[in-house]
Design a protein around this ligand. Structure first.
Ligand code: ZN
Length: 491
C-alpha cells in the first residue's frame, strides 16, 4: 500500500472512533439514565485519550513525509492538506498543556453555571482568568510569533483572520444599529398568546424537517434541553425542544438543526469518514442552518405555508391572516439574550463578543474589566443598560469552556447565508411560488449540488465563492435585512 492509503486507512479508523465518541455525547443529552453520569464521564475520558494519542501518533508525520502528492486527485490533496493542518496543530501544543486545558475547562463550565445562577461574576472571574491564560499559552504555541487570536480562530474557521473580520464587522455595525433604531421606532405586532400541545409541535417539526430535505433513513429527531445536530455521513441526528407558549422555538430550532444535518448528510458518500467528508468550517456550517432558518424559513412565502399547516394542526390560534403571521414570525424586540435575538439584533450581539474576546486574548482587556466593557458596549449598540450578569457577560457558555474565536463564525455564517441566498434566488426564479406550497426541494437541491456535496474539498471562503459565483461579502446580507425589515416595519 502507498503511504497515502496507509494514512487514509488510519484516519478513517480515527474518525470512526470520533463518531462513536460523538454518539456517546448524543446519548448523554437524550436518553442516558441520570445515574449513569459518573460512568459516562469515565467512558468519554477513555475514548478521548485514545483519540488524542491517535491524532498525535508519530506515524502520521512519517506518512505525510512519504506521500507522493503528485499522484493524488483533488480529494486526495484536500485530505492531505486537512490531515497535515490538524497534525501540525496537535503536535505544536504540548501534551500537558492540552490535558490541563481539558481539565480546567470541564470544571469551569460548572463554576460558570453556578455564578450565572447567583448573578456573581466575581465568583467566576478567577476561573475565567485561568481559562484565558491557558488558551493564550496554547495560542502562543500555535502562532509561533504571529497573532494569538488568529491562531485560535483558525481552529473554527481556517483562513479567517481577526483583521479581515474586523473590517467586515465594521461595515455591518453602523447599518445594523441604524436599522435597529428605525425598526424599534415603529409599532411591533403583539406577541403570540395561545397554548400549543407538545404532540402537535413534534409532529409538525418532523414534517418541517422532511420539507427541508432531512433524510430520516440516516437520522432521527429526539428531544433534548438544547437543540443540536450530531454525527456525519450515514448517521446524523438532531434534537429539538417544545414550549407550550412558543411553538416557533421548536419549529425554527428544528429547521436550523436540519440545515446543519443535511449539510453533513449531503457530502458525497465516497468521502465518508475522511477529512473531506464533513462540513468545511463552523462559518460555512452556520450558513446552511441560517439560510434554512431565516432566508427560507422566515420568508413571506414559506411562513404562508407554515401558517396554514399550524391552523390545520392547532386550529385558530388568534392570528387572523398570513400577513399578520409573517409579521409575528419576524417580530423585532429589544432583548439581552443572544440566543433569543431576532435577525436584526443577532449580529450586533456577535460583533460585541468578537471585539471583547479579541481584546481579552491580546491582553488589552483584563478579565476583571470585562463586565464593565460589556455593559458599556451593550448600551451603545442596544440602547439599554444591562440589569444583571445573567443578562450580560455571564449569559453564554462559550468562554467558560475556552471557546475563544468561535463567536465570529456565527455572523460569518449569516454573511455567507446572505451570499448564498442571492445566488439561489438568481438560480431558482420561482423560489417563492415553491416555498409558498411548502416545497423546498429546489432550494435544498441547489445548496446540495453547489456547496454541501463538496464537504471540505476547498477552503471555507472558496467553498462559498464556488457556490455563489462571486466573492463573499457582507453586502448581500445587509441588503436582504434592510429590504425585508423596511417593508415589514415601513421604516
Ligand atoms: Zn447553528
Amino acid at each position: 500500500m502507498s503511504a497515502y492509503q496507509d494514512l487514509i486507512a488510519y484516519q478513517r479508523e480515527t474518525e470512526a472512533l470520533a463518531q462513536v465518541a460523538g454518539r456517546l455525547g448524543w446519548d448523554q443529552e437524550t436518553v442516558m439514565p441520570r445515574g449513569a453520569a459518573p460512568q459516562r464521564a469515565e467512558e468519554m475520558g477513555a475514548i478521548e485519550a485514545v483519540l488524542h494519542a491517535r491524532r498525535t501518533d508519530a506515524r502520521i508525520g512519517d506518512w505525510l513525509a512519504a506521500v507522493d502528492e503528485a499522484a493524488l486527485d483533488d480529494a486526495g490533496r484536500a485530505n492531505l492538506r486537512l490531515i497535515r493542518r490538524s497534525y501540525e496543530r496537535n503536535v505544536k501544543v504540548p501534551a500537558d498543556l492540552a490535558s490541563e486545558i481539558a481539565r480546567v475547562t470541564s470544571r469551569a463550565q460548572g463554576i460558570w453555571a453556578v455564578a450565572r445562577e447567583d448573578e456573581d461574576f466575581a465568583a467566576f472571574a478567577p476561573t475565567l482568568e485561568k481559562v484565558v491564560s491557558l488558551r493564550r499559552q496554547e495560542a502562543q504555541a500555535l502562532a509561533a510569533g504571529g497573532d494569538l487570536y488568529d491562531a485560535l480562530l483558525d481552529d473554527y474557521e481556517p483562513g479567517a483572520t481577526g483583521a479581515a473580520l474586523e473590517a467586515m464587522f465594521a461595515a455591518l455595525r453602523p447599518r445594523l444599529v441604524e436599522l435597529r433604531a428605525g425598526v424599534l421606532a415603529a409599532e411591533a405586532p403583539p406577541p403570540l398568546d395561545h397554548g400549543f400541545d407538545e404532540a402537535g409541535q413534534l409532529a409538525l417539526s418532523r414534517e418541517l424537517a422532511a420539507v427541508f430535505g432531512y433524510d430520516f433513513d440516516h437520522g432521527r429527531i429526539d428531544k433534548a434541553v438544547h437543540p443540536f445536530s450530531s454525527g456525519s455521513g450515514l448517521d446524523v441526528r438532531i434534537t429539538t425542544r417544545t414550549s407550550a407558549r412558543d411553538p416557533f422555538n421548536c419549529f425554527y430550532s428544528t429547521i436550523h438543526e436540519v440545515g446543519h444535518a443535511t449539510y453533513e448528510q449531503g457530502v458525497d458518500r465516497h468521502h465518508l469518514l475522511t477529512p473531506v467528508g464533513g462540513g468545511v468550517s463552523m462559518g460555512v456550517h452556520e450558513s446552511q442552518s441560517r439560510i434554512y432558518e431565516n432566508q427560507l424559513g422566515r420568508s413571506r412565502a414559506f411562513t404562508g405555508f407554515l401558517y396554514r399547516r399550524m391552523r390545520d394542526v392547532f386550529g385558530d390560534f388568534g392570528v387572523a391572516t398570513e400577513e399578520d403571521f409573517y409579521k409575528l414570525v419576524n417580530r423585532v424586540q429589544p432583548g439581552y439574550i443572544r440566543t433569543e435575538a431576532d435577525e436584526v439584533h443577532y449580529n450586533l450581539h456577535i460583533l460585541m463578543r468578537f471585539d471583547l474576546e479579541r481584546a481579552v486574548i491580546s491582553g488589552d482587556l483584563k478579565v476583571a474589566d470585562l463586565p464593565a466593557a460589556w455593559n458599556e458596549r451593550f448600551e451603545a449598540d442596544f440602547g439599554v443598560a444591562v440589569d444583571k450578569p445573567s443578562n450580560g457577560v455571564l449569559q453564554d457558555v462559550h468562554w467558560s469552556v475556552g471557546l475563544f474565536g468561535y463567536f465570529p463564525t456565527y455572523t460569518l455564517g449569516n454573511v455567507y447565508a446572505g451570499c448564498l441566498h442571492r445566488a439561489l434566488r438568481a438560480a431558482v426564479p420561482d423560489l417563492d411560488d415553491q416555498l409558498a406550497r411548502g416545497d423546498a426541494t429546489a432550494a435544498t437541491g441547489w445548496l446540495r449540488e453547489n456547496l454541501q456535496r463538496y464537504g471540505g474539498l476547498r477552503e471555507p471562503r472558496a467553498t462559498v465563492e464556488k457556490a455563489c459565483g462571486f466573492a463573499a461579502s457582507e453586502a448581500p446580507l445587509l441588503e436582504y435585512l434592510e429590504e425585508k425589515f423596511a417593508a415589514l416595519y415601513a421604516v
